[in-house]
Ligand binder design. Structure first.
Ligand code: HAM
Length: 403
């Protein structure tokens, strides 16, 4: 027997219903915020992710589904959606247009991580990317959109925010941090030691308890922001306060992708175990330029669909449609055209196999039908059909033309 690969899942029955419910809810809210759908390829040149997500990130350094295709190209299954959307934005020369562009997307992402609860190798994201809007109101709007989606799905969360500074305030802070980290180097874990030279900001995010306690006295970027970043961060907090959206400022929130500047945020759930991030995002004002487009400010987010699947309350779906059953094989030719006709307006389930009335009613119940309609020997002879309304329990026999 051939099984699905480790860390990759089939979605069926209730899970697939949850998946569809999440996507339709998120899409309808994104449309209300003026977002249009974008679809980009799953496979991209590896260089795209190296240059955007960053060579020193775990995603690029350890987790890429990377291979050489038959033409000898170095390609990669996308580990996230932003890089591809930015590439598409530049390819279509939208960076040269005066308008603002807002895109939503959803689809599979691939990260070769160690699978565990809430961590898959193929998972799905719903994401939004907003281009050419530099105002911090847009950062707030992103958070507000995620809040609307989670509220509509009945999901509880905690919001964490931070500012990652800009090219003016980040480099002097980084220098400051590196000198602090170098002094405590011997006591930090192996990963942190490697990161001091490759990506010192990621040290703040280390999950090792000993490192975290040593880092409690590290310099914080939030206290070293330039005037513009400081003003924007204060405005973001004020907007969240005004909208009554609760948040925590987490000075260690650095995100696992290198393209962020200024606002960064994560939504976490306390109900799903260690992999608690259910959405993440932030501003990435330099990425378009970095991928050879015209400098364009941008901000976005992505929600992890599998992480919220168990938290969603599915709306009650009432009985709908018709179940058609043949009690004798000869009735099938009469039932079949009825099914084809009725399908033009409603859900129809057909059972061709000969079954007792009791078994047909059980089948209709299982199919969630409102009406069970059965043709047996008597009905076939008389040109009628026996019907039961499974809600009102009313039963009747009708001439076929009247059904
Ligand atoms: P991210 O934080 O890497 O951000 O991923 C977003 C969400 O995807 C996470 O919060 C989590 O719910 C889910 N996720 C990540 N890895 C896995 C996994 N292995 N298994 C299951 N779920 C996972 C990004 O990807 C950015 N592109 C978000 C963004 C958009 N920033 C700006 N625009």
């Amino acid at each position: 027997m051939i099984n699905a690969l480790r860390g990759m899942k089939d979605l069926t029955f209730e899970e697939s219903q949850r998946f569809v419910h999440i996507i339709t809810t998120a899409v309808s809210i994104a449309k209300r915020y003026g977002y249009g759908y974008i679809e980009t390829p799953i496979l991209e040149e590896t260089a795209l992710f190296k240059r955007s997500v960053g060579e020193s990130s775990d995603i690029v350094g350890k987790e890429m589904y990377q291979f050489e295709d038959k033409g000898g190209n170095d390609v990669c299954m996308r580990p996230e959606g932003t890089a591809g959307v930015v590439r598409a934005f530049i390819s279509a020369k939208l960076d040269r247009q005066p308008q603002k562009f807002k895109f939503y997307y959803y689809g599979p992402m691939f990260r070769y991580e160690r699978p565990q609860k809430g961590r898959l190798r193929q998972f799905h994201q719903f994401g939004c990317e907003s281009f050419a809007e530099a105002s911090v109101y847009e950062d707030f709007t992103m958070i507000s959109m995620i809040k609307d989606i989670f509220d509509a799905l009945g999901i509880g969360y905690t919001l964490q925010i931070n500012s990652l500074g800009c090219p003016e305030c980040m480099p002097p802070y980084r220098e400051n941090l590196v000198s602090f980290l170098t002094d405590i180097k011997e006591e930090l874990c192996e990963d942190c030691n490697r990161r001091i030279s490759t990506n010192p900001i990621r040290v703040l995010d280390c999950k090792n308890e000993r490192c975290q306690s040593l880092l409690s006295s590290s310099p914080k970027l939030i206290h070293n922001l330039c005037e513009s970043c400081d003003t924007d961060f204060a405005k973001l907090k004020a907007l969240l306060d005004q909208a009554d959206i609760a948040y925590e400022v987490d000075t260690n929130l650095v995100r696992g992708l290198d393209y962020y500047s200024k606002s960064a945020f994560e939504f976490v759930s306390s109900e799903i175990g260690a992999q608690s991030a259910i959405a993440g995002g932030g501003r990435y004002d330099r990425l378009v330029e970095f991928l050879d487009g015209r400098a364009t400010p941008a901000v976005g987010f992505a929600i992890g669909i599998e992480r919220i699947m168990g938290l969603v309350k599915l709306p009650e779906i009432g009985r709908e449609g018709i179940y058609l059953g043949a009690m004798i094989p000869e009735a099938i030719d009469t039932l079949f055209p009825i099914a084809q006709q009725k399908r033009k307006e409603q859900k129809v389930t057909v059972e061709y196999n000969k079954k007792s009335l009791k078994a047909h009613l059980k089948g209709a119940d299982k199919a969630g039908a409102k009406i069970a309609a059965v043709i047996g020997e008597d009905e076939l002879k008389n040109g009628t059909i026996w019907i039961k309304d499974l809600e009102s329990k009313e039963e009747q026999t009708l001439p076929l033309e009247a059904f």
